[in-house]
Design a protein around this ligand. Structure first.
Ligand code: 6R9
Length: 658
């Protein structure tokens, strides 16, 4: 039993009825030859040249894969390329200057269109400005921006001059920003004055200022003026206005720096099993090949499409499938600043309709909300431009899958349920929409060339239908290369558990539990580590617990995931207080504040339950597993081995509201 998050280890997971790819889709799909699986198998690892061929290389690579120093793999070694040149310049050269690269849908109906030429100009000017500020090749530039066009512009400007970016989600707190900048030794920051969320203006600069105060290093900061009069701000020492810089460097061009395929393209911090976030390192050649290939083969992106991934660029999904994948293929990528229900619950469908969006990619948490709001909202709009739908971030169960298929796709668009992670860089498990049958509730088989195995504790593959640990038994181009915090942590986090180095077997441990069926389709059950997935966002229970225990009066805390219809999982906190701190309202308020300060509002618990004690083993370990079962109203089994079994009944009664 490896399912720790209430996805129901031994409960049957209902998969809905199978569906074949609609013939109208198959006729035009990018990949239609079912022989591709065998072809990749027979030619592995050289099959991945197909991905690398989607890019333009300044210098051809010498080998596809070097595995002498596993698990530190090298892909396309010897090759040189620049990611920004691949995402922008080469499309201009191909005569597509006036083609729309980014279609930005801002709040209150603000809109902007960047052609590939516009994007080229913006990236060059900002790259010149960054150089002038002292950014050199390999310096990490932290970007702390919401969903405004300056975010992809800044990323690509960094890529152009060979400076890895580290984008920190705009909703994270000052502390979280400081931790990430400190860990990356980053001396450059791109942020903004503030941004709108729903109707309100949020102050981003004050968070950035607070983060800078916590850092030992000097930080040169570029501030994008997003709110103008709505949020006046002053620039201090070492702070520069983005638009002034653009004016100063107007018309300048900067030659793209040819990067080694294995040079770092970016860093992305993600929650791990300890309180310290992990700095996932992605490199240029493998990552870009893999995102371009999966955009082509899984999302079926074509240059003439209008493609929309409704994620935030602050997470990996937005990096791979709003910015790098679609732009590498020269398509039009839609970028949306707002929320799905503002000003009304048909906002997304209005955008699909008005822009004639061909491909739409979102998360199950959003799909569950659409389903709850009802089909009237999509029905108000003409969605017939849609050709393919995608889902990512969490397991999607058959009911929302079918709803999405029927009410958004009108039964005519394949739905790809794409499993992947910050660490995999790009999609690794999914059906190929022009070839494979879809089974609602199962993501699909490993993509061609990806060797997915579901194994037990000892690393032996489990029988179809049984649950086990999801592993990948071979390297792939988009994979994490190491953790910025060190190679040791990279080995322990991902490779020690299932690898057998004596036999030359390196199996990547994903941290997810899964089940595989007789056709090799994978149903992902959820995380097996101390990470919980709230609305598709990875949170570390340890990080939340340490924010809680930092509050005066808190004696102990445990945080677990609780199944939630809306969010997939909610955060459930259990807290015991020190003597004398009886005002639970006050402590609760301080706990929420502390979590928001340490991580951000996304980590706010759905419930904080106060208890005189936490259930513990005789050796004094908090029984989180049991607390998770209590939160999910599961059968608890025998609790007699606990030091304080009586407390469990009390907590249970409290949770059930008895
Ligand atoms: C891309 C992304 C990764 C975790 C992953 C898993 C969950 C993602 C999923 C899915 C079931 C899918 N996950 N896609 N679970 N079905 N199609 O979300 O990256 O933020 O690193 O999260 O998300 O638990 O391990 P990241």
């Amino acid at each position: 039993m490896v399912d720790r998050n209430g996805w129901g280890g031994d409960r049957p997971v209902l998969t809905g009825s199978r569906r074949s790819p609609p013939p109208s889709f198959v006729e035009q799909a990018n990949v239609t030859d079912s022989g591709i699986y065998d072809e990749f198998e027979a030619n592995w690892p050289n099959c991945w040249e197909r991905a690398a061929d989607l890019l333009s290389w300044n210098q051809p690579y010498e080998t596809v894969l070097e595995d002498e120093d596993a698990p530190f793999y090298r892909w396309f070694a010897g090759g040189r390329l620049n990611a920004a040149e691949n995402c922008v310049d080469r499309h201009l050269e191909a005569g597509r200057k006036t083609h729309t690269a980014i279609r930005w849908e801002g709040k209150h109906g603000d809109r902007k269109t960047y052609t590939y030429r516009d994007l080229y100009v913006a990236i060059n000017e900002f790259a010149a400005a960054l150089r002038n500020l002292g950014v050199e090749e390999d310096d990490v530039v932290t970007i702390y921006l919401p969903m405004i066009p300056e975010l992809p512009i800044a990323m690509l400007a960094c890529a152009r001059i060979g400076a890895p970016h580290s984008v920190v989600f705009a909703g994270l707190s000052a502390d979280a920003l400081a931790t990430r900048m400190d860990a990356a030794d980053s001396e450059f920051l791109v942020t903004c004055d503030g941004y709108y969320r729903r109707g309100d203006a949020f102050n981003q600069k004050s968070k950035a200022d607070n983060a800078r105060l916590k850092l030992a290093q000097d930080v040169r900061t570029v501030v994008v003026d997003r709110l103008g009069e709505d949020l006046p701000h002053v620039l201090g020492d070492d702070e520069f206005d983005y638009h002034d810089l653009r004016d100063r460097f107007a018309g300048e061009t900067v030659d793209p720096v040819p990067r080694d395929a294995e040079d770092m393209l970016f860093l992305m911090y993600t929650s791990g099993t300890t309180g310290e976030p992990k700095g996932v390192v992605h490199t240029t050649g493998g990552y870009l090949s893999h995102v371009a290939w999966t955009s082509h083969a899984v999302l079926d992106v074509k240059p003439e499409d209008t493609y929309w991934c409704a994620a935030d660029i602050g997470w990996i999904t937005g990096h791979s499938y709003i910015v790098y994948g679609p732009l590498a293929l020269g398509t039009t990528t839609v970028m949306y600043e707002g929320t799905p229900d503002y000003p009304d619950r048909d906002r997304l469908w209005e955008i699909v309709d008005r822009n004639a969006v061909d491909i739409f990619y979102t998360a199950p948490t959003a799909i569950r909300a659409f389903m709850k709001w009802g089909e009237d909202y999509p029905e108000r709009h003409d969605l017939s431009s849609l050709r393919l739908l995608g889902s990512v971030g969490e397991p999607i169960s058959p009911r929302p899958w079918n709803w999405y298929y029927e009410h958004v796709g009108n039964g005519e668009c394949p739905v790809v349920d794409t499993w992947w992670q910050t660490e995999t860089g790009a999609v690794t498990i999914s059906t190929l929409p022009g070839i494979d049958e879809m089974k609602p509730g199962a993501a699909g088989p490993g993509l061609p060339g990806i060797d997915v195995r579901v194994v037990d504790e000892s690393g032996a593959e489990v029988e179809p239908g049984e649950s086990g640990y999801l592993t990948i038994a071979r390297p792939w181009p988009g994979m994490v290369r190491t953790l910025y915090d060190g190679d040791d942590r990279f080995r322990t986090e991902y490779w020690n558990q299932f690898s057998d180095p004596d036999r030359g077997e390196w199996w990547y441990a994903s941290g997810d539990a899964a089940r595989v069926d007789e056709d090799g389709y994978i149903t992902v059950l959820g995380r097996v580590d101390d990470v919980i997935n709230v609305s598709g966002r990875r949170l570390s229970t340890m990080e939340i617990e340490s924010a809680i225990t930092g509050v005066e009066g808190v004696a102990e805390a445990a945080v677990v995931g609780r199944s939630s219809e809306a969010n997939g999982t909610d955060v459930q906190a259990y807290v015991s207080t020190e003597r004398g701190y009886d005002d639970q309202g006050e402590v609760r308020g301080a706990i929420i504040d502390s979590i928001e300060a340490a991580i951000g509002p996304i980590a706010r618990p759905a419930d904080v339950l106060f208890t005189p004690e936490l259930p513990k083993t005789r050796s004094g370990k908090i029984m989180r597993r049991l607390l998770e079962d209590v939160a999910n109203d599961e059968d608890l089994g025998d609790t007699s081995a606990l030091r304080n079994p009586e407390i469990v009944g009390e907590i249970q009664a409290e949770i059930r509201g008895e």
